[in-house]
Each structure stands twice: as C-alpha cells, then as structure tokens.
Design a protein around this ligand. Structure first.
Ligand code: MV4
Length: 450
C-alpha cells in the first residue's frame, strides 16, 4: 500500500480524499495556491506545500510545480480528484515516468476516452448502442447536409474535442444547417483548438443516466449502478440521485452490462463513469466515459454503502476487486450548493461567509470545505458544499432533503439553497417526471427569497 499520497486538488474533494487516506493509515500531502492558505485541506493534511499564486494555471494546473511538491515530500502516489488534472493524460504519463502512481487510469486509457469520436468508436466495437450518425468527423459541410437528410431532422452537431455543450448545435431543418455548421466549427476551434465536428440524430427530451464502474489491474470490471443527472442548467449538474426514478431492473442490467463492456474494451483500471442518453422508450445510447472520480460519486456511496475513494486507492495499489455488481438498497439525492445568485442568472458570488450552519441528523451527509469566516475565492468553481439525503424511498429522501435545506444557513454570500427548496416542491420533480431540458422551462424568477 502507498505510504504517502499527494492530493493535486483543493476544496471538498481534497478533504474527502484526506479522510479516506487517514482511515487507511496513509500519510497525505496537500498542495495549495496562495488563495487557499486558510483552507481546511491545508489544515487536515499531514503536510502542505504552497505551489503558486491563485490563478489555476500557476498552481493546481501547473504540472512542474506539482511534481516538485511530489519530489520534496517523497510522496509515492498522486490523487488528482476531479477537474484540474484529473483527465490530463500527459500528467498521468509524467507521474508514471517519475515512478509515482497516478491514482486513476493509465494515460492511454484517458486518451482513448478523451476524444469523443474515438470513444464512440470504442463503444461501438464493444457492441454498446450509440446514437446513429456520421462515421467519425465530417469532412465538409456538404457531407453533413447529405447525411442529415438520410438520418432525418432534428440532428445535432458536436465537437469531437467537446465538453460542456461547447461546439454543440441542434439543427431542426435544412435551412438552419449552414449557420449551425459555421458557428459550431468556430466555437469548437476557439474553445478547444480543434474544430473537428461530427453529426448525430438528435434524441429529444433524453434523460442523462450514468453508470458507475470499477475495473482492477487484472481485467475484472463491475458496475455499481446508476445515477440520474438530468437536472442540469447549461450543462452544469445541480442535482443527482440514485437510483434513477426512471430505472427498471431490466434496464439496469442492460445498461450495466453495456458500461462494463465499454470499460473492458479499454482494459479500464480505476473507477469511472459511462454516461448514457436514455429516451422515453428506454432506448439508451453511449454518450461519453469519464475517467475520474466525479462530484456525484457520493450518491452511489450512500446507496450501496461503499467508499469509492478507498476503492480507487486499492485498485491503484494492485488489489483485485470482487467483480460483483451492486444495486441500490436505499435512495440518495445530492443538491450541489454553489456560491451563486439564482436571481441573477446563477452569477458566481465570491466573498466572506459570515455565518454557516450545516444541516445534520439521520440520513444527512454534507461534504464541504467551508466554515464561518471562510472567504470563497473568485478563482475556482463555485461549489461550496454537497448536501446528500438518504432514505428508504425517494419520497422520504425528498422530505429529508427539504428538512435539511431549511436547516442550511449560509450568510454573507448568495447560494443555490433557495433553488433547491423550490425544486423539491416542484410537482414534476417529485413525480420523477423530468428530462435534461427540465430546467430550461423552470421559473427561476419565482424562487422565494428566505
Ligand atoms: C445529445 C443530446 C441529444 N441527442 N446528443 C450535452 C452535453 C454533451 N456531452 C452531450 N449532450 C447532449 N447530446 C444527441 N444525439 C442532448 C444532449 C444534451 C444534454 C445531455 C446530457 C445532459 C444535459 C443535456 C442538456 C442538453 C443537451
């Protein structure tokens, strides 16, 4: 087992990783920017190294500085968390060259899922359903136009380097095609330095359901059931839950098997997530694979009673997994509490938290790095806490969440708590009647002020 893990991250996930390391008897090294001097991950780690100024490119994204911290502290492994360098294949490769274990998949596995078209081809080879569309990149506007007629409108143009909806355009009919093509290419080129575009049939009103998988170094892969992440705003997830209210035992078996086949196709090592679009007829289609621990891993932990960070570390250390699949016995819901102003287009809202009280009690989990007196820096993502409720049924989990949201006190900055209170009261949400477009019709203006 590792003796010392350096955590190349900040915020709640850095704390989350430190907690598991402590329980496993592994020493921890925190790295931090000058903006994070007063952060809890710095306090709770055994050692801490300042790696640079506030700007991420000079600190949490700066590979030479992180490698220097690894070297001076003698860490034998690096945990990248999520975001920052978690899916940076070069970073994984550099760690390996230095004889440091990157806790996650190999550089090669990251690359095979990093490019959307390659990932889709891999899924197809593994007999996993994919959305009908172009064979790889479109070489010209004319080729796209011709294919769109064959497939039938609506279609969607996507950037192969894409993510977060960038370079993505829905095209409802032929007259819109050229404008959409030009703007998708321009946006993809500007955002990713890669203007490669492919085409797919547009699946209307899909759910986003993802399967958690784990694979060890010996080729064993298992699934740990699904999370429903359909409650998103502008490609930012706000609520996740497990099980999905749309799931059936039969669909879970089929999606679980498909996810396992995706992971096996790349000899996947580590915990990962296979994302699917699911239409109203319960057809599912491979979308992408995330080769990292995700923010929402916590809902899976709650419903199958598993420490996924511990699993990651054990897999990285070469310990085999059982190969058993796990299905939820409880229901868990996570609300992302962001320092954002819900009445002002969710504008990020940095500043000092003057008063903070976290909900507690049976079935409630709060993962957070903030406290009263903490100043949320403006340089990083705005998530300040994850509030997770767990109960025997979805209805009870919602009731518990409402109770917990009422107990959540954050003063000094605006948060997304009022949004979550309104969502929990929404009839369609309560019925499990939603898809990825749900929040585009949500009346944010009607959210009550506390
Ligand atoms: C789609 C789609 C419908 N049809 N692909 C959005 C992010 C990117 N990773 C893939 N996305 C979508 N791809 C086809 N063929 C609808 C979306 C989509 C979406 C997907 C998941 C969660 C939220 C979403 C919001 C809008 C559109």
């Amino acid at each position: 087992m590792f003796k010392k893990i350096l955590i190349a991250n900040r915020g709640e996930i850095a704390l989350r990783i430190i907690r598991t390391c402590k329980e496993m008897g592994i020493r921890t090294v925190a790295v931090y920017s000058t903006a994070d001097r007063d952060s809890l991950h710095v306090r709770f780690a055994d050692e801490a190294v300042c790696i640079g100024p506030a700007q991420s490119s000079e600190s949490y994204l700066n590979i030479p500085r992180i490698m220097a911290a690894v070297e001076i502290t003698n860490a034998d492994a690096v945990h990248p968390g999520y975001g920052f360098l978690a899916e940076n294949a070069s970073f994984a490769e550099i760690c390996t060259e230095y004889g440091i274990k990157f806790i996650g998949p190999t550089a090669d596995q990251i690359r095979q899922m990093g490019d959307k078209i390659t990932a889709k081809e891999t899924a197809q080879r593994a007999n996993v359903p994919v959305v009908p569309g172009s064979d790889g990149l479109l070489s010209s506007f004319e080729e796209g136009l011709k294919l769109a007629v064959e497939i039938g409108y609506p279609i969607i143009l996507k950037a192969t380097a894409g993510g977060g909806g960038k370079g993505m355009r829905i095209v409802w009919n032929e007259s819109e095609f050229e404008t959409a093509w030009d703007s998708a290419r321009r946006e993809a080129g500007a955002s990713f330095g890669n203007d490669g575009i492919y085409l797919e049939k547009y699946i209307e009103e899909p759910r986003h359901i993802e399967i958690q998988v784990a694979g060890d170094q010996f080729g064993t892969v298992a699934h740990l059931s699904e999370r429903d992440c359909s409650i998103q705003r502008r490609h930012q997830k706000l609520v996740e839950e497990s099980p999905s209210p749309f799931m059936t035992t039969e669909l879970r078996d089929r999606m679980g098997e498909a996810a396992i086949n995706c992971a096996k196709a790349i000899n996947y090592e580590g915990v990962g997530t296979v994302e699917f679009l699911v239409d109203k007829y319960r057809n599912f289609y491979f979308m992408e694979m995330n080769t990292r621990i995700q923010v929402e891993h916590t809902v899976t932990e709650e419903v199958i009673d598993f420490d996924l960070i511990k699993e990651q570390i054990k897999i990285a250390a070469g310990i085999p997994i059982s190969g058993q699949n796990y299905i939820p016995t409880l229901h868990a819901i996570e609300c992302r509490i962001n320092a954002e102003d819900v009445w002002n287009d969710f504008r990020p809202n940095a500043g000092k938290i003057t008063s903070f009280h976290s909900p507690k009690g049976h079935g409630i989990r709060v993962d957070t790095h903030v406290y009263a007196g903490y100043a949320v820096p403006p340089f990083y993502d705005s998530m300040i806490a994850k509030l997770i409720s767990k109960a025997r049924t979805r209805e009870e989990a919602i009731t518990k969440m409402e109770r917990a949201l009422d107990e959540f006190i954050v003063e000094g900055i605006n948060t997304t708590v009022p949004f979550h209170k309104a969502l929990m009261k929404n009839e369609d949400f309560r019925k499990g009647n939603f898809h990825t477009g749900f929040l585009s019709n949500f009346d944010f203006g009607a959210i009550k002020r506390d």
